[in-house]
Design a protein around this ligand. Structure first.
Ligand SMILES: Cc1cc2nc3c(=O)[nH]c(=O)nc-3n(C[C@H](O)[C@H](O)[C@H](O)COP(=O)(O)O)c2cc1C
Length: 195
């Protein structure tokens, strides 16, 4: 099974990319194939609500979002990581989220995929849980199923993330829970309900 990971940070090799790496390492060690999508590398324009995707047409933008949409559609699970910016996710990640609207309008293509969220701030209490709620809202609106870290809401970290034991532990626990659920679904032949 396949897990896609997105980092919402505009900074290359920062805290978000470090935590995403830790989460995807867990998935790879458990035999999942993974794909990393980094906002520090992607070129993504804003959704302008032109309505093309509502009419079954492709997006007017010619940018990296095509590859992101394909990766999300192919994934069984997702790990989304964001720095906290003013108590929310980054503008880069929000732009990416908004541009996933064709997946919703053209057949709820992310429905029943499993997701978890990780956020990292400069302060221990800088709004990580609020930013996680932003990510969870995006997942809910796509009909996804959300897992936390088996205790609270997901990965909650403070900069520098590589030195934050709680941040790393909650990130790894979230990735493991995501993998646990995907494995259980796979054992049932990819079927959600019934024995
Ligand atoms: C515009 C801006 C707003 C920020 N707002 C917050 C905030 O509300 N709370 C917080 O804890 N940290 C805040 N930070 C700090 C970042 O969340 C922190 O540096 C984070 O580790 C950056 O992650 P990165 O290394 O993956 O880019 C802000 C940083 C920037 C640049």
């Amino acid at each position: 099974m396949r897990i896609a990971g997105i980092s919402g940070s505009p900074r290359k090799a920062g805290n978000s990319e470090y935590l995403l790496g830790e989460a995807l390492k867990v998935a790879e060690e458990r035999g999942f194939s993974t794909q990393m999508l980094l906002c520090s590398e992607l070129r993504i324009g804003f959704c302008e609500d032109c309505g093309a995707c509502s009419r079954g047409r492709s997006c007017q933008h010619e940018d990296d979002m095509k590859a992101v949409l394909a990766a999300l559609e192919q994934a069984d699970g997702m790990v989304i990581v964001s720095p906290v910016y003013f108590g929310s996710v980054t503008a880069q990640l929000k732009a990416l989220f908004d541009r996933t609207i064709p997946l919703r309008r053209q057949g709820m293509k992310l429905k029943d995929k499993i997701g978890c969220a990780v956020t990292v701030g400069g302060a221990r209490n800088g709004g990580q849980e609020r930013a996680i709620e932003n990510i969870h809202s995006w997942m809910h609106i796509h009909g996804m199923v959300i897992v936390g870290d088996n205790s609270h809401f997901g990965g909650i970290a403070v900069r520098p993330a590589s030195e934050d034991r709680i941040g790393k532990n909650t990130t790894i626990a979230s990735a493991n829970k995501l993998c646990d659920l995907l494995e259980r679904i796979e054992k049932k032949g990819g079927c959600w309900s019934g024995d």
